[in-house]
Design a protein around this ligand. Structure first.
Ligand code: HMG
Ligand code: MG
Length: 299
């Protein structure tokens, strides 16, 4: 049985823009977020409070967040890599934060400059303090299905990190296929193993990148398993600057097209979202990689 309703966790403004070669003006980012909200998205990851030298594209987080934080009925989660990041997020009144762990040592080192266990030790007090402050906390787990340096990633290694994040107090997890190598059977295997190990489906979200064109097939598998939180990026923007071969995220429009066909409700207006991504593509000076955006904006 497929779920009747799905919550889209929109990551275009964060995962999408963190990888842009050119600097996107803060006001354009704010307009992007406003238009995403206007299209009916209610969870819009706004930016990251990471070190500006590590992700210069999001160095304007302090300027951007106040421009969008007044949007009504919209959750604006932000990424925080450590206690310093949480301080910055709290100072601006953020109510949802996400820590981002890795299932592999190589990516923990590349992305956070820490071993896997060191990074979990950094997150533990961050998650606890965020929960004490009444925030909603998401825990990302990157490289769940394969790692560019280590190759295949054992399922039990992913499960260990997931269980650690739940034990800290994370409200939800997002299983990242950072480099887009997953296929549907692998997705089902991981979801089943997590359930067996005590991580229930209702805390799990999925985060697919579309490098090998598998993101939608993987999403369908996750839906069949009962997952109802799906990460996607408007126009298919995206990638991670610290993972070789991490290309665009699953495009929100491609996801919507499939969900609409399946009769699954999201509350998002596809035409408005296509118009937003077409507008953003103009700002970035290149066409959207989303098939659905292309098909619907050339009607
Ligand atoms: P580090 O160099 O080890 O930092 O970087 P440190 O703890 O040694 O501190 C060094 C200096 O940085 C200090 O300043 C700190 O105050 C400062 P100093 O005392 O020397 O003047 N600092 C900060 N400044 C501002 N904000 C902060 C902050 N933290 C320390 N938050 C660090 C460690 C975690 C900071 C760095 O590695 C970092 O910022 N990494 C972020 C990488 C990132 O954002 N990657 C992309 C997001 S993950 C992703 O895209 C995957 C995902 O989409 C899921 C998927 O697809 O799998 C989520
Ligand atoms: Mg990502």
């Amino acid at each position: 049985d497929l779920p009747a309703r799905v919550r889209i966790h929109e990551v275009g403004a964060r995962d999408g823009l963190q990888n842009e070669k050119s600097t996107v003006p803060t006001e354009v980012k704010a307009e992007f977020v406003r238009r995403l909200a206007d299209a009916g998205l209610t969870t819009i990851e706004a930016t990251s409070f990471v070190h500006p030298k590590w992700v210069p594209q999001l160095a304007d987080a302090e300027q951007l967040f106040p421009l969008v934080s007044g949007l009504e009925g919209v959750h604006l989660p932000v990424l925080v890599p450590n206690s310093r990041g949480l301080d910055r997020a709290l100072a601006l009144g953020a109510r949802r934060v996400a820590v981002f762990a890795s299932a592999t040592e190589s990516f923990a080192k590349a992305n956070l400059n820490r071993t896997l266990d060191e990074s979990l030790a950094v997150f533990d007090p961050v998650v606890r303090r965020a929960k004490d402050e009444g925030l909603h906390v998401r825990g990302y787990v990157s490289m769940c299905f394969g790692d560019p340096w280590e190759g295949a990633v054992p399922l039990h290694q992913v499960a260990r990190v997931c269980k650690a994040l739940v034990a800290m107090g994370c409200d939800e997890l997002s299983l990242g296929d950072t480099i887009g190598v997953a296929t549907p059977g692998h997705v089902l295997e991981l979801l089943s193993l997590l359930n067996e190990q005590g991580v229930p489906t209702n805390v799990l979200g999925v985060h697919f990148h579309d490098t090998y064109g598998q993101a939608l097939a993987n999403t369908y598998a996750a839906l069949q398993h009962g997952v109802t939180t799906i990460d996607a990026s408007a126009g298919g923007l995206g990638g991670c600057p610290y993972a070789r071969s991490a290309t665009g995220n699953l495009a929100t429009e491609d996801l919507l097209w499939m969900l609409r066909g399946l009769g699954i409700d999201t509350g998002v207006d596809l035409d408005r979202l296509v118009a937003t991504s077409a507008w953003m593509a103009e700002q970035l000076g290149r066409p959207s990689p989303s098939r659905t955006v292309r098909a619907l904006s050339h009607k």
